[in-house]
Design a protein around this ligand. Structure first.
Ligand SMILES: Nc1ncnc2c1ncn2[C@@H]1O[C@H](COP(=O)(O)OP(=O)(O)OP(=O)(O)O)[C@@H](O)[C@H]1O
Ligand code: SF4
Ligand SMILES: [Mg+2]
Length: 356
């Protein structure tokens, strides 16, 4: 019997509403995720970017109910196919993880157990979610390993994870994800630890998974990766959404000063060489001391009185799907970006003159 729906059906595959995650620490409460709302449509790739500590991993671990820290408090709603994952039993959640939602993390050992062979682990995953004989599951594991480019899969299937290289382990984890054709794949920095060639292969595999209909939330520091694979982009800062929208809109008409900084930090392939790589001045905000107003204000060259109030995430003029959380007038963003860039460049020139 299908589970009764505890929430009204959402048109989205995944819809996160006002997710908050805080940790009780010895130094006081730490708010790692502060009212995150996002959605992913079936088959869509959402790229999530943000500096280290912006709450990307913690929010996805909360979605998957993998935050086991006893000092954590999670609130909000995580609607997956209309059901709030935060209210499901552990058993219901286990059935969803690995079958409807698959995960790939930066460290593939998070998903692999060192004491079992890679093939056994893939076969068990297949058997856990379908009526398949041990022999058939093993044969499928070999095919999957071969599909993800593991050479000599028929014999490598019996190897232990430590006998695989980092790239091979990551492929094995992707093979596990492929084994259940998940409706949603959550991938957290899946290519960061890998060399460039293997990175490209892993991205190709993820594209294939997406072409077969899986939606994806892809977390990465790498704007280049996002620009290649994402349909939509979400920029996080201080546990909040700074900006989200269709990829083209965010790359070609970024609206939030933090996104400007991120994009200006990316060297352009084939473009004019920058005299120096701009960086975003100032330190990332600490989740232990989030300002009441705009979290980016201490680093923003355009902050003004109103920024002491927390900006709401809203669409500017034009595209309703492109939203940002900033008080600057929506019509003036392009010229204000140039102003902010010029100010940053003046400060860098002064810094380098002082240093020489
Ligand atoms: N168990 C914990 N106790 C206290 N604070 C935590 C805990 N886990 C995470 N945090 C804090 O939550 C914030 C968000 O962490 P998170 O791992 O989500 O960042 P991230 O955006 O994934 O960064 P990175 O890009 O480095 O992976 C960080 O400031 C981190 O220090
Ligand atoms: S709300 Fe204010 S401080 Fe925040 S990004 Fe916009 S201008 Fe800067
Ligand atoms: Mg992380």
């Amino acid at each position: 019997m299908p589970e009764p729906l505890s929430e009204p059906l959402s048109e989205h595959l995944l819809e996160i509403r006002d997710l908050r995650v805080s940790f009780r620490t010895r130094r006081g409460p730490v708010t790692a995720v502060d009212g995150l709302s996002l959605s992913v449509a079936p088959g869509e790739v959402l790229g999530v970017v943000g500096e280290s500590g912006s709450g990307k991993s913690v929010s996805m671990l909360a979605v998957l109910r993998l935050l086991t820290n006893p000092n954590v408090t999670v609130s909000g709603q995580v609607l997956f196919r209309g059901r709030d994952l935060l209210t499901l039993s552990d058993k219901q959640m286990r059935a969803i993880r690995g079958q409807e939602i698959a995960m790939v993390f930066q460290d593939p050992m998070t998903a692999l157990t060192p004491v079992y062979t890679v093939g056994w682990q893939i076969a068990e995953q297949i058997r856990a979610h379908g009526q398949v004989s041990r022999k058939e599951a093993h044969a499928r594991a070999v095919r999957l390993l071969s599909d993800v480019g593991i050479p000599d899969a028929a014999s490598r299937v019996n190897a232990y994870p430590h006998e695989f290289s980092g790239g091979m382990r990551q492929r094995a984890v992707i093979a596990m994800a492929l084994s259940c054709s998940p409706a949603l794949l959550i991938a957290d920095e899946p290519t960061t630890a890998l060399d460039v060639t293997v990175q490209a292969q892993i991205l190709d595999l993820m594209r294939e998974l997406n072409a077969d209909g899986s939606a994806m939330v892809l977390i990465t520091h790498d704007m280049g990766v996002i620009s290649q694979i994402a349909d939509r982009v979400l920029v996080m800062y201080g546990g909040r959404v700074a900006e989200d929208g269709p990829r083209r809109a965010v790359f070609h008409g970024p609206r939030h000063p933090y996104t400007w900084g991120l994009l200006d930090s990316v060297p352009r392939v084939g473009g004019p060489r920058l005299r120096r790589l701009p960086t975003i001045a100032g330190m990332p905000v600490s989740p232990g001391s989030l300002p009441a107003g705009c979290a980016f204000a201490p680093r923003c060259r355009l902050s003004h009185d109103r920024c002491e109030e927390r900006p709401v995430l809203a669409a500017g003029n034009g595209d309703a799907a492109h939203r940002d959380a900033c008080w600057l007038p929506p019509d003036d963003r392009a010229s204000l970006r140039l102003t902010a860039r010029a100010a940053a460049s003046d400060v860098q020139d002064m810094d380098s003159e002082a240093a020489s």
